[in-house]
Write a protein that binds this ligand. Structure first.
Ligand code: A2P
Length: 317
């Protein structure tokens, strides 16, 4: 499979496995199946509530000789309640303990948003800490120390706008190497992708399939469903593949990494095979026209009444 090159000649397979919404009790088998059929890149986060089980499946796969630790690329993320510099190292240590690993290949700041320690989501505006009080650059300096200590081999960000990435680039001793963002044909983020790629920052697309298993509270009535998009379905038919495979292949053709989530053995296989599909310029041009700037994850959890964050300051657009 094609890989993305990181510092020190490290290589990350462009198609990985997402674990958000992969339920405890199910995710263990999914990870074991995935590794068995050839997945080598797994995307995790403590906030997904399943890292212990993910870790057990990884360990078991290594113990059975299916894979070695060095052959795997494991990403995890710093949650929003741990942006204070003194909370950064304890957070990765906890994640490493959950995943039963000595180091992460990639550690990301999950959101450019700070909440009070111990919180998952804010319940009132006072649970949110403004960036003026908890600057992203201070969190970044603590992230750099994780690389010095060998706890993370590479560091990056998630849900960052170009302006916020630039703020880090201005001061970073170790530059962010990845920005994980929502990206699919309805939200193509061309400017942000161009900015990241010009600065040698890899873009990883989350929700590449439009996240159909999002909680109902995050769904809007009559929202467009990516997997049913007529252009995508038509291309799938022409190439004799599935709509999901077209979506994944489209991202990979633009040197964007993708992390589709699945816990079904059949769909794990299907998604992995998408890395080998060839689309032509005409196919890509058809998909380019689908952009609607449609976020499935609006970020509104951080912009509750009275919050220091607004959608405008969150996304800088
Ligand atoms: P499942 O886990 O049952 O396979 P995203 O990565 O955009 O968040 O999307 C994940 C959702 O898409 C899950 O509901 C997952 O269901 C579903 N999914 C994953 N792979 C495919 C596929 N190849 N075809 C259709 N749906 C898929």
């Amino acid at each position: 499979m094609k890989t993305a090159e990181f510092r020190h000649n490290a290589h990350c397979p462009v198609l990985g496995l997402g674990t958000f919404k992969a339920e405890p009790g199910v995710v263990y088998n999914a990870i074991k199946d995935a590794i068995k059929i050839g997945y080598r890149h797994i995307d995790c986060a403590p906030v997904y509530g399943n890292q212990r089980e993910v870790g057990q499946a990884i360990q078991e796969s290594i113990r059975e000789g299916v894979v070695t630790r060095e052959q795997l690329w494991i990403t995890s993320k710093l949650w929003n309640d741990s942006h204070a510099p003194h909370d950064v190292e304890p957070s990765i240590v906890e994640t490493l303990d959950e995943l039963n690993l000595d180091y992460l290949d990639l550690y990301l700041i999950h959101w450019p948003v700070a909440v009070r320690k111990g919180l998952f989501l804010p319940e009132s505006a006072s649970d949110l800490i403004p960036l003026s009080e908890m600057p992203l650059t201070d969190t970044w300096f603590a992230m750099e120390k994780l690389v010095d200590k060998g706890l993370a081999r590479h560091i990056g960000v998630s849900n960052f706008s170009a302006a916020k990435v630039a703020e880090l680039l201005n001061v970073a001793r170790i530059k962010p190497e990845a920005n994980q963002i929502e990206l699919h044909p309805y939200l193509q983020q061309r400017q942000l992708v161009r900015f990241c790629q010009m600065n040698r920052i890899h873009v990883t697309a989350y929700s590449p399939l439009g996240s159909p298993d999002r909680p109902a509270r995050l769904k809007e009535k009559d929202e467009p469903t990516l997997l049913n998009e007529p252009t995508i379905c038509q291309l799938a038919e022409q190439h004799d593949v599935t709509p999901a495979q077209i979506l994944l292949s489209w991202a990979i053709h633009q040197d964007i990494m993708v992390i589709p989530k699945s816990t079904s053995a059949k769909r794990l296989q299907e998604n992995l095979a998408a890395a080998d599909i060839q689309l032509n310029q005409e196919d890509l041009a058809h998909i380019e026209q689908l952009d609607k700037h449609r976020r499935y994850y609006s970020g509104s959890a951080w912009t509750i009444n009275g919050s220091a964050y607004t959608l405008k300051t969150l996304w800088d657009e």
